[in-house]
Structure formats: C-alpha cells, structure tokens
Design a protein around this ligand. Sequence first.
Ligand code: ZN
Length: 273
Amino acid sequence: MSVEGLSVNFATIKQGGSFGTLVDACLAHGITTISPWREQVHGVGLEEAARIVSQNGIRLSGHCRGGFFPAADAQGRQAAIEDNKRAVDEAAAMNADCLVLVVGGLPAGSKDIVGARQMVEDGMAALLPYARQAGIPLAIEPLHPFYAADRACFNTLKQSLDLCDTLGAGTGVAIDVYHVWWDPDLKEQVARAGRNGQILAHHICDWLVPTTDPLNDRGMMGDGVIDLKGFRRMIEKAGFSGPQEVEIFSHNWNSRPIDEVLSTVVERFKTVC
Ligand code: ZN
C-alpha cells in the first residue's frame, strides 16, 4: 500500500546504491514519490532513470539540484547556466515537479554578497526561458544563513519570494523546515507564497539539539525541536497539497541499512508529521 503524501529525497538513503536499487527499496515501503540527485541519475544514465520512473509509476517531487550561479568570471557564470539547462532537461525527462535550486554563495575570493545575489538573479533570468519552454518550474530553496557563503546567498523565504516576484512565472520556492523554521516571518511568508502559487516543494527533517554539523547532522522527524505538525498545518492552510519530502543529510542515518531508514521514515511520517 502506498504511503500517501510522502516523498523520499535520495540524500536520505544515498548509502543504498544505484538509482534502481533505491527506487525498489522505496517501492517495498510503499513510497512512490522520490526526489533524486543528479549524480544518482547520471550513474544509470538519464534514459534508464526515466524508464525506471515511468515504468514504476514514480512521481518526482523535485530533481536535485541546479543552481550555483555565481562565479568569478563571465565564463564561469555561463558554464553554470549551461549546466543548469542540462539539469532542466533531466527534470523534464523524468517529469519532475520542479528543479530545486541551491543558488550558490560567494565566488572564490569574493566578499561581495550583494554582487553574488545579483549573479543569482542574472543566472536565473538567463535560465528561465529555457525552463519555461521545458515546463519545469525553478524552485529557489532558501538555506539557513549558515550556508550563505558557500551554498546559497538567499536565506529567507521573503528574500527568495521577492526574487520570484521579480523573475515572474515559472519560479517559486522549496520550503525546507530545516532552513526556515526559526524565521519570525515564516507564517506570513508561507501564506504569501501559497497565495501566489509559489510553493513548489516542501522538505522535512528535524533540527537536533545540539547541532554540531548543520550539513551532515540533520535529524529524523521527531528527534528535534521543529513543530512539524504545526508546520504542516501552516503550509496546507496556505494551499499546498503536494508531498512532504523527507530530506535528511546525516552521517548517522546514512550509516544504517536503508530498510531501517525507510521504516523509520514511514513510521515517523505517520506519527509526528
Ligand atoms: Zn531541502
């Protein structure tokens, strides 16, 4: 029986092997919605990945990931746009709901975060016509400010939605509880995103206390301090009815058998989310 409303991001079970193996493991646990990473798709080849997706009736709540637009020179920025076009192609071939963007931080040697944000805007503006043509919405994922320097210089929902408003149709946000749960403007900005049809994806996990490594020490739902049921009520009230995608970067969970991880994900999804 399938678990309604649950998606599993393949970072959560990346220890489990090839794309096909991970899909089979999800299916065995009733999980029919996934979000893979580009290298996992490249591992089997796009054609084979797309075949596995369509033959098994799999939905992609997102394709991970595009972005990283800022670069030290124009050639680097153009290369990023070209690489993002390939990511759009992949998302389209697998009929993904959106391409998730980790937009990028400061170019090497730079101290100009305002300039980096402009590079993100320019890069997305250059990519957008291609993505619209392919029917793939671009989802900016605001990351916790911890990541501003090296991964994403867009760190709040408001800032990300303002950019979506500037860029227009075909853009929106991936709302990851891990990155935005602390934001005093959360409720207002989630409602705003919902009103404008800009909630493209919703990622869940938990914030552990203490957190020593925000990149690879994320918690299983229920093990931390995020009010996941409250978050779900808020995002559903805003009109979002898509899947909740479990995305847990964790040395702990990535060291366990994936059947144990997936059983825990399903159990926690049903009880604490
Ligand atoms: Zn996420």
